[in-house]
Design a protein around this ligand. Structure first.
Ligand code: NIG
Ligand code: FE
Length: 394
């Protein structure tokens, strides 16, 4: 296996508190790192870096762990820029446009769908993302959800069945009928293709009781639960996420003190998606209150054509810093280690010894450039450990 040494790293963020400055960011200055095709082999001072088969000069730039984008809806066809324009002129987002994307996705050929996912995946990768979660949820038929999960599996092991995104138009008068399909034939067909099950548990989507029923059924089929919650309104969805030991509860736009207390006493990560608040002109979630209460926070893009057509984690970090009062270091950690925890992974999101060799070399001496230069191309190069067939089957 080929080894590579990266020399002259002005600032190396490892997210391993046993390394460097012993902060959660595990930061080393004037550092070097050695990796092979799979994992991190060595990190330490530049002056004592060992030789390797190949060498890369970081030229005084910063290196960070690859971003872990733990919440995306990359499988879709079509676009809804007209809705975005209407929202910027004052129209309220209520998720109603999901049905339009269901129509266009159902009508798309698999080749067209694959082309779209490939393009968005490449944009994420160029921006430093090395692990991505991908949901189904824009076909809402047995065959369609299977098709979307199979496609997602071509790109990641972090596949999520979101058959319970909304009740599709043909079941509008038979909600119970759709829930029966969800928890029987659709779940049977989708369970072998997904690691996670997600439900959009919110006003106009699925209720608390429905979400509990669907996620408990999914768990029996081996899928681990996660939840879209409190994007549109206050509900009991945060408590449900904790009750079900969800790895993550996502959006958290509307939170009260009780929600924060419940989360702080749990192992459930709060994944914040500020691209959605930006694109729907909604209030940003209370990241500060969550962090100050000791809740584990992750940041993700939520890339989808309706509420957040965002493929840049740097943009998400800039929003978190500017609009949610997170420090740059908190936002960087939430986008890497936080995302890994939201997917219950300990091999990604950090650059400690044995971690996957997933990292990004920045165009700038400090990771702060991610937020300091919004809209620029701050990620110079993304390195991702080999993606093998075994990854897909695990
Ligand atoms: O995470 N809220 C539910 N699902 C997506 C948006 C879907 C859409 O508008 O197409 C989200 O924001
Ligand atoms: Fe989402």
């Amino acid at each position: 296996m080929t080894t590579l040494v990266i020399r002259n790293i002005a600032e190396l963020t490892t997210n391993d508190p046993s390394i460097g400055d012993e902060s959660p960011l595990g930061r080393l200055r004037d550092a070097a790192m050695v990796v092979d095709d799979q994992q991190v082999l060595w990190v330490g001072p530049n002056a004592t870096a060992p030789d390797a088969d190949e060498s890369l000069d970081a030229n005084g730039c910063a290196v960070i762990p690859g971003f872990v984008d733990s919440h995306t809806h990359l499988v879709f066809a079509g676009e809804r820029s007209d809705e975005f324009e209407a929202r910027m002129a004052g129209v309220h987002y209520d998720g109603g446009g999901i049905a339009r994307t269901v129509d266009s996705t159902r009508a798309a050929s698999i080749d067209d769908l694959r082309e779209g996912v490939t393009k968005r995946f490449a944009e994420l990768t160029a921006g430093g993302v090395t692990t991505v979660e991908i949901k189904s949820g824009y076909e809402l038929t047995v065959e369609g959800e299977v098709r979307d999960l199979r496609l997602a599996e071509e790109f990641t092991t972090e596949t999520t069945w979101l058959g319970a995104h909304v009740v599709p138009p043909e079941y509008r008068k038979d909600r119970e009928g759709y829930i029966t399909v969800l928890t029987s034939s659709m779940l049977d067909a989708c369970a072998p293709l997904a690691k996670w099950a997600d439900v959009f548990c919110d006003r106009g989507a699925f209720s608390i009781d429905e979400a509990r029923f669907i996620l408990e059924g999914a768990r029996e089929k081996g899928l681990a639960p996660r939840l879209h919650a409190n994007q549109l309104a206050h509900s009991g969805a945060i408590a449900l996420a904790v009750e079900l030991d969800c790895a993550s509860v996502d959006h958290c736009t509307y939170l009260d003190d009780r929600d924060i207390d419940i989360l702080s006493a749990s192992a459930t990560v709060a994944t914040l998606l500020p691209g959605a608040e930006f694109s729907t002109r909604s209030p940003y979630p209370s990241a500060r209150r969550l962090l100050d209460a000791g809740v584990t926070v992750a940041l993700a893009t939520d890339c989808n054509p309706g509420s957040s057509y965002v493929t840049s984690m740097a943009f998400v970090i800039a929003l978190a810093v500017r609009e949610m009062a997170m420090s740059v270091d908190e936002a960087l950690w939430a986008s890497t280690k936080g995302g890994a925890l939201a997917l219950r992974r300990d091999d990604v999101g950090h650059l400690g010894l044995g971690a996957r060799a997933d990292f990004a070399v920045l165009d700038g001496p400090r990771a702060a450039h991610l937020a300091y230069r919004p809209g620029g191309n701050v990620v110079a190069q993304t390195f991702r450990a080999a993606f093998t067939a075994t990854d897909v089957s695990t």
